[in-house]
Write a new protein. Structure first.
Length: 214
């Protein structure tokens, strides 16, 4: 049976994005550094058309992110632009250019209706205005036998956890302190019961995998 999962790179103080998110720095001040452990990996460079790179204990983590998912869910802040609001002239198509890296249907939580946006590489963005349960249900239908990845951001993950919709997640913890921004586990509450499945130590990061007990 397919699962609903998420993976988040977070700081030691629990932030997945730093303060002052803006168009020039969508992950906020210091937020991009949360992913430094990944950028030199062969498993990350290859899908981006680049050669070389390192193979280490983080390699299977990145390979998992690149495969096995039939659909994705993300929040409006992750799709952008910063500040939200209505869609204006419809020219905003996300941060990723004409060929986003998803290659699956992506369901975007928003308060503002918009027609589906078909992009290159089999990525279509669908805009969902009736909440996280609807977004996950539609993503499950679209995913078929594949898993559903909640790509972010923090608020979307919080909503999914609180609603009991997440089956499993992985936190990639960097030895950084951001001191502010967005925490994906804020406000989730003590009722969430977890089983630790795996702990992976790798250069510049520690990966912790959990199953949500239901």
């Amino acid at each position: 049976m397919s699962k609903v999962r998420f993976q988040q790179a977070i700081s030691l103080d629990g932030y997945s994005a730093g303060p002052d998110q803006r168009e020039e720095e969508p992950l906020g001040t210091g937020g991009e550094a949360l992913h430094e452990w990944m950028f030199g990996l062969e498993a990350w460079l290859r899908p981006h058309g680049k050669e070389g790179g390192e193979v280490n204990a983080s390699t299977p983590v990145v390979e998992e992110l690149e495969s096995g998912y039939g659909a994705r869910v993300m929040g409006r802040n992750m799709f952008g632009p910063v500040g939200g609001g209505d869609w204006g002239d419809g020219s905003w198509k996300g941060w990723w250019g004409d060929n986003p890296p998803y290659h699956t249907p992506v369901f975007v939580l928003t308060h503002h209706p918009r027609d589906p946006l078909e992009m290159e590489g089999d990525t279509t963005f669908h805009f969902v205005t009736d909440g996280i349960e609807s977004a996950i249900e539609r993503a499950r239908d679209a995913a078929g036998d594949g898993d559903v990845l909640i790509a972010g951001g923090a608020s979307t993950i919080q909503q999914a956890l609180t609603a009991g919709l997440v089956d499993e997640f992985l936190l990639s913890i960097s030895p950084l302190l951001l001191g502010g921004g967005e925490r994906p586990l804020d406000g989730v509450g003590p009722d969430l019961e977890l089983e630790q499945l795996e702990a992976i130590e790798a250069p510049g990061v520690t990966h912790l995998r959990y199953r949500v007990l239901k």
